[in-house]
Design a protein around this ligand. Structure first.
Ligand code: FPP
Length: 266
């Protein structure tokens, strides 16, 4: 096995304290996991409100779920984990909440860098990154640069991201190339549009999109990319969504019949 290949199975010593349910390991061994898993992490605010805590504490608890499930995805051999961490629409939240989210992000980047190195995880940031404050952009860039050659897993953080905004900027970029005579209009196909999207570095579309907290909406997430994804709407709020909950979703995914517009095999 190549040094940077995903370790799909735990070493024996690992297993004793393993928090990853056995059924998830089994699905991994059977090749039944999504290659690209994308998650709309919802319910942080309600989780906090139910505990009489400020919303920012819900986001802090949510960051712990990010850590746990990034580690689980890496260990199972999932190739890409994409997280909706901050939408374009989230800029309209109260300034203190926006600040709390950006602070958590910077803390996460600093605390997880060592683990990203040791696990050979490539970090990618996807979205309208120019809107992020300069110190946040610099912290991001540092980790993106430091991990760019890793191939064991891609962790993509959607930041200041919106699916419609992504399609608009891609259309503009292609139109600019056409106007400059560098691209023929009739050469614009699905591959060209995919390449022009912020999500191009993800390299493959999501197989499974999970949304937590019981809400059943896409909320401007991966509009183009998720065309053939399976969707699971989980009841738990994101801070309570951990290894057991993800394993349940992975099991449900494995039982889905994906036909991509065709008919099932007889
Ligand atoms: C939605 O919950 C969640 C967000 C807007 C932000 C997600 C952020 C994190 C999980 C923490 C930081 C991220 C990283 C990558 C370290 P909500 O606030 O809309 O919840 P509500 O619907 O219950 O109000």
């Amino acid at each position: 096995m190549a040094a940077d290949a995903p370790q799909a199975f735990p070493a024996a010593a690992d297993q004793a304290e393993d928090v990853i349910p056995q059924k998830a390991w089994l699905l991994s061994r059977q090749g039944k996991l999504p290659r690209h898993l994308a998650i709309i992490m919802d319910g942080n605010g309600r989780w906090a409100q139910r505990r009489d805590l400020p919303r920012s504490e819900g986001h802090r608890a949510g960051a712990a779920s990010v850590r746990a499930l990034t580690r689980m995805s890496r260990r199972l051999g999932i190739e890409t984990l994409t997280l909706y961490a901050f939408s374009e629409q989230n800029w309209s939240r109260p300034a203190a909440e926006v600040q709390a989210l950006l602070t958590l992000l910077v803390e996460f980047l600093s605390s997880e860098l060592q683990e990203l190195h040791s696990s050979q995880i490539r970090l990618v940031a996807v979205g309208n990154l120019q809107r992020l404050p300069l110190p946040v952009r610099m912290a991001l860039q540092r980790v993106v640069d430091a991990t760019r050659d890793y191939r064991a897993m891609t962790l993509a953080l959607c930041l200041s991201y919106g699916g419609r905004e992504d399609l608009v900027q891609a259309a503009r970029a292609l139109a600019t190339q056409v106007a400059a005579g560098k691209l023929r209009a009739d050469a614009i196909d699905e591959a060209a549009l995919s390449q022009a999207l912020w999500t191009a570095p993800l390299r493959q579309p999501p197989d499974l999109v999970i949304r937590t907290s019981g809400e059943q909406r896409l909320s401007n997430f991966l509009l183009w990319d998720a065309a053939y994804a399976e969707f699971i709407f989980a009841q738990r709020d994101w801070p309570d969504f951990r290894e057991a909950e993800l394993a349940d979703c992975l099991e449900e995914f494995a039982n889905r019949d994906r036909r991509f517009g065709a008919v099932s095999a007889p």
